[in-house]
Design a protein around this ligand. Structure first.
Ligand code: NAD
Length: 437
């Protein structure tokens, strides 16, 4: 099929690359000229495991193209995917301006039947708004709008796109649904379920899934905090809970709060949609409030350890991205922790395998960056582990001991073994598994 993808971020680029890899002719559009220029030259703008290889292959095989011109992409495409940002507005509601602006532009160019597929996460009722925006400009040209929410996880985006747990299609148009079934046939042939539902249900499914996952993380974080007070061990508790098939082991790992470009904004947007209709999402408001505290919990623990002041203290940070295997730092807890530590007088030395450039753009020279994880420890009074990168879970303790000034580790991802830390003489605190009591 001939496909246009509007917006080449984490969702759009992965969608474009993977659909090209299935043999489709894909043209990706972005307003960011530098990004498009780089991609035309074969340079990938984001880090996502496995993506670069298939990105390059499909450019070479002439199935994957890039442009800044919506009209150019639009001309030859039957399916137009919207993978545009829907950030939080001032009041927490999803800002639909990118989606609706593009819908208007599509309306202006529309001549023959096309299907506009929305992959962005959008509030219930957005498909109708998109349809209205297109209709206002399209002078009666035929089209359909489909809601096809995306569930990929950053860090596993290629794997998730190629082997999705399910494909959701929201549409009342038989013709559009047929086209979507054809597009996804290579996936459904492998047994992947494709659920057809009302547009509104498809839109809400995405928010409901993200809000549930944010709630599950927040729940286990609260249990971990309670473990810290009671002496119970969260690792035992989460394992004991997880064997109950109704609960499951996944998403039961305590840490420093959820971040990223999805959960925070989607929880906010759902609360806001509820308010518009006079519905009070109490559970989600609490999730948000608990998560806000959890994001700086490790800084609070560190401050308590150093009796309220970090003046003249050098703190090493391992990990800056909001989770492992991504360079995405949107709403990362590391950013909140850095601000709190700087405010308390600390000097910070940080290392991340792929996210440092993004943090430099955001925080600049207010902290020191090192190219090596052990270098960050040089003269440090404490190490904070903020992202669950695998290299942090089995470090070379001899190299740590050579570099670090005080044997103090606060582990925001529970990567290290508390007993081993104690045996090595470290003061060690994780989340919900404190042993130095
Ligand atoms: N990132 C994820 O893990 C994920 C997962 C599922 C769903 N989503 C949803 O998918 C949507 C996109 O998310 P993302 O993380 O890929 O965003 P992103 O910020 O990484 O990328 C968006 C891209 O759209 C481009 N863009 C903005 N306005 C444009 C326009 N008018 N025309 C063309 N391009 C334009 C930007 O330059 C950028 O490259 C959001 O609604 C998000 O909630 C994201």
């Amino acid at each position: 099929m001939n496909i246009a993808i509007i917006g080449t971020g984490y969702v759009g680029l992965v969608t474009g690359v993977c659909l090209a890899d299935r043999g489709n002719h894909v043209i990706c559009v972005d307003v960011d000229e530098q990004k498009v220029f780089a991609m035309k030259g074969g340079k990938i703008p984001i880090y996502e495991p496995g993506l670069e290889e298939i990105f390059k292959e499909n450019i070479q095989d002439k199935r994957l193209f890039f442009t800044t011109s919506l009209e150019e992409a639009f001309k030859e495409s039957h399916l137009i995917f919207l993978a545009l940002p829907t950030p939080s507005g001032q009041d927490g509601s999803a800002d639909l301006s990118h989606v609706l602006d593009v819908a208007q532009a599509i309306g202006k160019s529309l001549k023959e039947y096309k299907v506009i597929v929305n992959k962005s996460t959008v509030p219930v009722g957005t498909s109708e708004k998109v349809r209205d925006s297109i209709s206002q400009q399209s002078r009666g040209a035929p089209f359909d709008v489909v809601s096809n929410p995306e569930f990929l996880r950053e860090g596993f985006a290629v794997e998730d796109f190629q082997k999705p747990s399910r494909i959701i299609i929201g549409s009342g148009s038989e013709c559009a649904v047929e086209l979507m079934r054809k597009l996804y046939k290579p996936y459904t042939d492998r047994g992947i379920p494709l659920l057809v539902m009302k547009e509104r249900s498809a839109e809400l499914t995405k928010y409901a899934a993200n809000a549930f996952l944010a709630t599950k993380i927040t729940f286990i974080n609260e249990m971990a905090n309670f473990c810290d007070l009671t002496g119970a061990d969260i690792d035992s508790v989460r394992l004991g809970m997880g064997y109950d098939g109704r609960i499951g082991h996944r998403f039961l790992f305590p840490g420093i709060g959820y971040g990223g470009s999805c959960f925070p904004k989607d929880v906010k947007a759902l609360i806001s949609s509820g308010k518009e209709l006079g519905y009070d999402f109490q559970i989600l408001q609490t999730v948000e409030a608990v998560n806000k505290k959890q994001k700086v919990l490790l800084a609070d623990k560190l401050l308590k350890y150093f009796k309220g002041s970090l003046k003249d203290k050098k703190i090493a940070l391992w990990g800056l991205s909001f989770k492992a295997n991504t360079d995405d730092i949107r709403e990362a807890s590391s950013l909140d922790i850095i601000e709190k530590l700087l405010l308390s007088g600390a000097k910070i030395s940080a290392f991340d395998p792929v996210a440092m450039n993004n943090v430099k753009k955001h925080i600049g020279k207010r902290i020191h960056y090192t190219e090596d994880m052990y270098e960050a420890l040089s003269g440090a009074h404490a190490l904070l582990i903020l992202t669950e990168w695998s290299e942090f879970s089995q470090p070379d303790f001899k190299r740590i001991l050579d570099k670090i000034d005080q044997k103090v580790i606060f582990d925001g991802r529970n990567l290290l073994d508390p007993k081993e830390m104690k045996d090595l003489g470290f003061y060690y605190e994780g989340i919900g598994r404190k042993i130095n009591r």
